[in-house]
Design a protein around this ligand. Sequence first.
Ligand SMILES: CC(C)(COP(=O)(O)OP(=O)(O)OC[C@H]1O[C@@H](n2cnc3c(N)ncnc32)[C@H](O)[C@@H]1OP(=O)(O)O)[C@@H](O)C(=O)NCCC(=O)NCCS
Length: 200
Amino acid sequence: MSGRGPDPKSTNSYRFESTRLLIDLPKPEDARFLFEMMSGDDREAICGTLIWDGPADLTEMEEWVDRCRSSSFADFGFHWVIRDRLGEISGDAGRPLGNIGTRPREAPGRADVGYWLGRSYWGQGVMSEALGALLDYGFDTLDYTKIEADVFTHNTRGRRLVERVGMRQEGTIRSAHLKYGEWVDAALYGVLSDDRLATN
Ligand SMILES: CC(C)(COP(=O)(O)OP(=O)(O)OC[C@H]1O[C@@H](n2cnc3c(N)ncnc32)[C@H](O)[C@@H]1OP(=O)(O)O)[C@@H](O)C(=O)NCCC(=O)NCCS
């Protein structure tokens, strides 16, 4: 493997599994579940620590699903739905629980991850399992050299998560993102394919 990541022109045809989860391409009918999880009282809990402010309406969520299905890696990255594989988490096998994705950085083989989970599924280790599975898949199958995460410094839950899966903080970017009209600092985390070889 060259460590150069997916073919920039390719579209996402990948899916992978972990103990409790199936991680695959969003389907048009998933848009409603994803939109509902990001709406109402839970919206701020989820979107407040994302760079994205969340979908304005169901149409925007449907357009996002459409882009996931049709865009090239270079244009949009690869994004998946995290599903409850056996129904052990939500009571409904195959139900969408949230999203995880990876976008190319400027250098080939270097990508960053983004993710969110429906509020009622927090605190059960779901995203640790999903992110751990994506790191394995990213290095073993998508041929990345480095995977990074850019986490708002005040997002303590998000920082615990990346540290739990073995990402190391490499620095802090001051005024990294404009969120709700205010500049927010971000902690930059990373893990190299070589780091994992060294620990496995
Ligand atoms: C950040 C976010 C994805 C974390 O989701 P999560 O599934 O709760 O995260 P984890 O997998 O790390 O869950 C860990 C918690 O589950 C508990 N847990 C229970 N069973 C577990 C298991 N089998 N394995 C691991 N942890 C388990 C852990 O003790 C831990 O609790 P703690 O946070 O109180 O220490 C979620 O809070 C979220 O969507 N936030 C909003 C969006 C966001 O900030 N995204 C990240 C942007 S960089």
